[in-house]
Design a protein around this ligand. Structure first.
Ligand SMILES: [Zn+2]
Length: 301
């Protein structure tokens, strides 16, 4: 069989069916890996990670912090379901992982983790932790993991013939051995585009405000992240570029959302503010990648 056929087939598939309109933001996304597929594979990766963490006694070893994380994510999930009703069926789950890394994430399908390093080094308030998890949940709501997997697959298909054979999602991750690790690495550690980060910022801060958390915490959170970054950029910050620009955007957005936050906490009806839709401004749009640009791969966790 001609080795060039599989990548060609993927490119053709991408051209025929690869574009989808995001139901939340209205943005056109290149999607050849479905949300369902990303969620299914993520669940497998999550089960393996949780099992390994338990064996290493690195799972949920702080009952107070675990309870705190669970009580903060619960109302965020309730708001996420209002934004995208089909995620009610996701097997939502959150665990605390013992690690010095400053990190938190939400996989496609709603599997989440908060690293103890984030809690220790950032010392987030409840509102700031809600800003983090609102942002991470929004990446999942907005199908960013499936989008990254799709982009990786298309890039690889366009670059090299034959490398797809036998490689999950068409991505050769070298030292990454297991399927589960590959999914976790590609889905979580490939950087999101600036456009996707901007989307997750906007949707995340609104989820938090509607769940009763102060949206201004997104600003103080980023200020803490920058201060910490001076002593060696933490993982979460290094995959989320341009913090100063984002702080300025969060200040504007948090002011817009204060009426919602105040209404929630006063038990009043929540103002109907459809602030989720809309394309990023030209200044926020990243330049198109060079045709032969390699797929950036961050070191595995
Ligand atoms: Zn992000």
């Amino acid at each position: 069989m001609n080795a060039a056929v599989p990548p060609l087939m993927i490119l053709v598939t991408a051209l025929i069916s690869g574009c989808a309109t995001n139901k939340i933001t209205g943005r056109s996304q290149a999607m050849i890996v479905s949300d369902e597929s990303a969620a299914r594979q993520s669940a497998q990766a999550y089960t393996q990670l949780i099992g390994e963490s338990a064996q290493k006694r690195a799972l949920d070893d702080d009952a107070y912090q675990l309870g705190r994380v669970q009580s903060i994510t619960k109302p965020l999930i309730q708001q996420a379901i209002k934004v995208r009703p089909d995620v009610q069926n996701w097997p939502w789950e959150v665990h605390l992982l013992k690690s010095s890394e400053v990190n938190a994430w939400c996989m496609a399908g709603g599997k989440m983790a908060v690293y103890t390093g984030l809690l220790q080094k950032i010392q987030p308030t409840d509102d700031e932790l809600a800003a983090i998890m609102g942002h991470e949940i929004s990446h999942a709501l907005l199908s960013h993991q499936a989008e990254k997997l799709s982009r990786a697959q298309m890039q690889r298909a366009g670059l090299t013939a034959g490398v797809l054979a036998g490689a999950l999602f068409g991505v050769n991750l070298g030292s990454i051995a297991s399927i589960a690790d590959s999914v976790a690495t590609v889905g979580l550690q490939l950087p999101n585009s600036r456009e996707a980060e901007s989307e997750a910022d906007n949707v995340g801060i609104e989820l938090a405000a509607r769940a009763g958390f102060n949206p201004e915490a997104a600003v103080t959170l980023w200020e803490k992240m920058i201060r910490l970054g001076g002593g060696g950029a933490p993982e979460w910050l290094s995959t989320h570029p341009n913090p100063e620009t984002r702080i300025a955007a969060m200040k504007v957005k948090s002011r817009q959302l204060m009426p919602i936050y105040e209404a929630v906490n006063q038990g009043k009806p929540i103002p109907d503010m459809n602030t989720l839709r809309g394309q990023p401004t030209a200044a926020e749009t990243p330049p198109a990648p060079a045709p032969n640009a390699p797929i950036p791969v961050a070191p595995p966790v």
